[in-house]
Design a protein around this ligand. Sequence first.
Ligand code: FAD
Length: 397
Amino acid sequence: MNNVDEVRRRVREFVAERVIPVEPELDRGDAPTLARLRDAGRAEGLYALPLPVEYGGGGLSLSDYLSAGDDRSVAELEGASDHGPDVLNSACLLTVRMLCRHAHPDVRAELVPGLVSGRSRSCYAMTEPGAAGSDPATLRTVAVPAGDGDWILTGRKWFISGAGAADWAIVLARTSPDGPTRSAFTLFLVPSGDGGFRVERELDVLGGGGQFELMLPTVRVPATGVLGEVGQGLSLAGERIGLGRTLRALRWTGQAQRAVELLAARVSGRRLGSGVLADQQLMQALVFEAELAVRSARSLTARAASAVASGERSTVEVAMAKLAAARALGLAVDSAIQAYGAEGLGAHTGLPRLLRWARAARIMDGSDELLVSGTGRRLLRDYREGAAAAPATDWAR
Ligand SMILES: Cc1cc2nc3c(=O)[nH]c(=O)nc-3n(C[C@H](O)[C@H](O)[C@H](O)COP(=O)(O)OP(=O)(O)OC[C@H]3O[C@@H](n4cnc5c(N)ncnc54)[C@H](O)[C@@H]3O)c2cc1C
């Protein structure tokens, strides 16, 4: 057994035995529970696994973190509970990578060690009330030059995950009022609290929390708070979203697997008439369809993960993985709830919170429709140009 196999085994056990049993406390934002689990994760050498060694992380390569052939990767196993990546502090991977590549060296040196150790937390703020997250051209948060190299940001953001506990945010703002959309936006690092962003309220989303609305009431940001170059905001956001959607797909596949295991356990153990629920063909079909969806999602996600880790073009693979994983999660959780009967709607099964994520999964980080239409267009273009089929065959002649 190699080292990564051993890590996968221990992550699986840690999430199943330590994290899943305390999900209700973690949902409520119980700080002592989170701190205790993080200490346990550190003690077991499972903390900050994919973060850079030079900043105190575990140094697991992106490929070892995301992929395990046909098996379940570290990222999938961590994600079997949505709290897993936060507890084991891999949730900041996207932001750490962004800072390492694009932040001013002084800012990087100041912010990355805090994120890797877990002393500080961040959030990522693009989406706005009253604007279409699917179309950045409609976003209204602006940044104007203050004249001395600083920038002044004004606007509102919402559905910002984890903003309530964040020490700073990466904020997308318009820096050019008229230019083409592609180069009209810039990413800024904005602190929380006095002189920074203000948390307006926590949103109640399908009966759960964790999403916040932020105000940026004329916030001053120094030139070193610009990520990358002015005008690069959307291209850096695009760079982030490829890995971001792949991580989501891995975690949702992990949660879907968990739902199938709950489904199988329930139908096998539930007595009905002279046998068990599992004897019923309709229940066998539920298990089959859920397993088929999970295995298909894992396979597509593995393909996306390998393309993302090796830096290949991966837009189609990532979109398909995200859609397949969101659908697999929805189907598997719904089937498990059905097989549990009324009890499946009870919070103690963990199924209602999985269902919340399954529903949100079809909207967050790019809605199903946005991905289907964008990917469909790309596939058609590739087929037209003979790039999607190899060797190209002219069946229509
Ligand atoms: C749980 C959760 C956490 C989130 N966390 C964050 C976060 O941390 N930071 C952040 O910035 N944002 C976050 N978001 C916001 C999320 O990324 C946006 O909801 C998403 O980008 C969609 O934008 P929107 O909600 O403004 O919907 P809109 O863009 O208004 O789209 C609404 C609907 O229009 C339809 N639609 C959109 N485009 C097309 C198309 N091309 N063709 C056909 N139909 C279309 C779809 O049905 C879509 O659902 C989060 C959202 C959720 C639910």
